[in-house]
Design a protein around this ligand. Sequence first.
Ligand SMILES: N[C@@H](CCC(=O)N[C@@H](CS)C(=O)NCC(=O)O)C(=O)O
Length: 216
Amino acid sequence: MYLLYGGPGNANLAPHAALQEAGLAEGTDYRFVKLDLKAGDNRKPDYLKLNPHGVVPALVIEQPGSSRVICESAAILMHIADLFPQAGLAPAPGSAERAAYYQWITYLTNTVQARFMNFYHADYFIDGEAGQAAVKAKADTALKEHFAYIDGKLSAAGPYLLGEAFSAADLYLFMLTRWGRNLSRPARDFPQVGKHFERVLARAAVRRTLAIEGIS
Ligand SMILES: N[C@@H](CCC(=O)N[C@@H](CS)C(=O)NCC(=O)O)C(=O)O
């Protein structure tokens, strides 16, 4: 049994969609444990035992006699892709495509996602309204540059990040594009990023994921 802890649309969304892509059923094969971040569920002692940073997601893998926890959305996503190779979410290890897959997911998590933290949580980085507005404005500019870059890459060799082949990296981009709806130029306004979002949104597994998380 897998327990995925998260909140609606939070960094759990991409790993959650990967569980669905792998054909796992919520309630039977895994449980989505919904936390209320506004109420501080992620800072409660029981959750901190799973993810000491107090952020979502965390994936608990329960096996007879043992259980283990994995944190970090990108790590969870890639692990799910590896656990269920039949889902075709990751290229073969050692291939050029696998290298591109690592590159995309690493870039998306440690560069683009990090800028979203500045955008949505400027208060973590600086005190005072003026400073926070400045941090948010810088993050907005940086994120638009990143989506422009991604748009160019999808335009040159789409429709997915790896070209013709859909992969877990696309689930991660889908999640970040959704987060980008509040940018001064919403991420979906970048033409290829918008098309990519629609294409991934059309997947039955992704629609099921959104429904389970309670996102319209
Ligand atoms: N790098 C981490 C970031 C996780 C993260 O910051 N999650 C946010 C939600 S998207 C969170 O839990 N925030 C709660 C808080 O900051 O209190 C990951 O990708 O797993």
